[in-house]
Ligand binder design. Structure first.
Ligand SMILES: Cc1ncc(COP(=O)(O)O)c(C=O)c1O
Length: 424
């Protein structure tokens, strides 16, 4: 293995992502032999010569026609690039099977910048339902002000339905993007990424411009689902969740093909959404344990979901392992995912019952967000999805009795004991 840990193979043996997360993209020789990378607390970088400065600027501003990506140039200024961001971008890209990556100051900064970089006035964008409340508000309340029409997909598991929605969208404008959130927040329902890529190709043939398939991979990536390997052009993350994993930072990322990521990096530099060095350092530390944490949380979640499904006061449990055998959801799960993750929702009938359960839990914490080491629970209709109009909320299944649960890495027997007493 080379000292700078850049090799992905060892004598013909392909190294696993779990091993690569411990050092890929960092050369200790460049930092006094320090085993761990320092936090590069600097706003700007010295150029080796005036001509190098000119060249680096040509690259980060996109004027250079020879550079493949602004990350290929030298370090310039921490709003454009910095070593701690580059390490996280390279490690996430290698985990996801992407060519390039860009980190952001939040998941919403990543999503908004990706959409704005690829959509122009007059375009249409198709999206799966339900979406995280922030993305939903961005699409419905903000994009229209920039002349972009956002249209829902009736069923992101059915090719014929997606093609019909694609035709309807083409009547409104050039379709620039198909945006999927899979699994969805809060229902953990799955979309078919491969099918969306096929539909994008068909739309591209008809309109002369292939829409990008962008997938919010926050709930299962990078451990249980690679959106890029499944056929997406862009994989988007709230790193605040499982990748950060300790409920102590806010961050986001875009991963994908180089040509799809390049305009997003360019816009990131102009909007100023790059992530700070300290948060990047914390993310690099978190990536070392992301597989361990996600696997333990997922094993716990399978047991908790089984307990909830067997409880007489629980009307329904929404979680990938609970899909009816042979259903579209079960088939997509088997083909697209290697584990169910740990985000689920369950229905206890009405708001009063939901609030009673939330108020009685002792170990599970009552807070929004998900993907941390500790279990978190919330009532989507009055918190994270309160911005979605009531009729629409009900139509997509976000009912008053629905509770969203992110299972953490506690001992599973303690979690089940907590739910048993709260539901009693
Ligand atoms: C699926 C999903 N995508 C995106 C976001 C937004 O991420 P952030 O809060 O890091 O901006 C969230 C936040 O809850 C989310 O759950």
């Amino acid at each position: 293995m080379s000292k700078d840990f850049r090799e992905t193979e060892l004598a013909g043996h392909r190294l696993s992502e779990e091993t690569l997360m411990l050092g890929y993209g960092y050369d200790p020789a460049l930092s006094e032999g320090s085993v761990k990378q320092p936090v590069f607390l600097t706003s700007t970088f010295c150029f080796p010569s005036a001509d190098a400065g000119r060249e680096f600027f040509d690259i980060v501003s996109g004027r250079s026609k020879t550079a493949r990506n602004d990350a290929d140039g030298g370090l310039v200024y921490s709003r454009f690039n910095h070593p701690n961001a580059q390490i996280v971008e390279e490690r996430l890209a290698i985990y996801e099977g992407a060519d390039a990556g860009a980190v952001f100051s939040s998941g919403m900064a990543a999503i908004a910048t990706a959409v704005l970089a690829h959509c122009s006035p007059g375009d249409a964008i198709l999206y799966s339902q339900p979406l995280y409340g922030g993305t939903d508000s961005l699409f419905k309340k903000v994009l229209s002000r920039f002349g972009v029409t956002a249209l829902p997909l009736a069923d992101a598991t059915d090719g014929a339905a997606m093609r019909r929605d694609g035709e309807a969208a083409r009547a409104k404008g050039r379709v620039a993007m198909i945006f999927l959130e899979t699994p969805s927040n809060p229902l953990a329902s799955l979309c078919d990424i491969r099918l969306a890529a096929e539909v994008a190709t068909d739309i591209g043939r008809a309109q002369g411009h292939r829409p990008l398939v962008a997938v919010d991979n926050t709930l299962l990536g990078p451990v249980f689902q690679s959106a890029i390997r499944a056929g997406a052009d862009l994989s988007l993350y709230s790193l605040t969740k499982y990748v950060g994993g300790h409920s102590d930072l806010v961050a986001g990322a875009v991963l994908g093909k180089r040509e799809a990521v390049a305009p997003i990096r360019m816009l990131r530099a102009l909007l100023g959404g790059n992530l700070d060095p300290n948060s990047c350092w914390m993310l690099a530390r978190s990536l070392e344990t992301v597989a361990l944490r996600m696997r333990r949380a997922s094993d716990n979640a399978v047991r908790v979901a089984e307990f909830l499904a067997s409880h007489p006061k629980v009307k329904a449990v929404h979680f990938p392992t609970m899909a009816k055998p042979g259903s579209a959801q079960a088939q997509i799960y088997a083909r697209q995912c290697t584990g169910p993750g740990s985000l689920m929702s369950f229905d206890v009938g009405d708001r009063a019952s939901a609030f009673r359960v939330l108020d009685r839990l002792k170990i599970v914490k009552l807070a929004v967000s998900l993907g941390g080491t500790e279990s978190l629970i919330c009532h989507p209709a009055t918190t994270v999805h309160s911005g979605v109009a009531e009729a629409e909320r009900l139509a997509i299944g976000v009912t008053e009795g629905l509770v969203r649960l992110s299972v953490g890495i506690e001992h599973v027997d303690d979690l089940i004991a907590d739910f048993r007493q709260a539901l009693a």
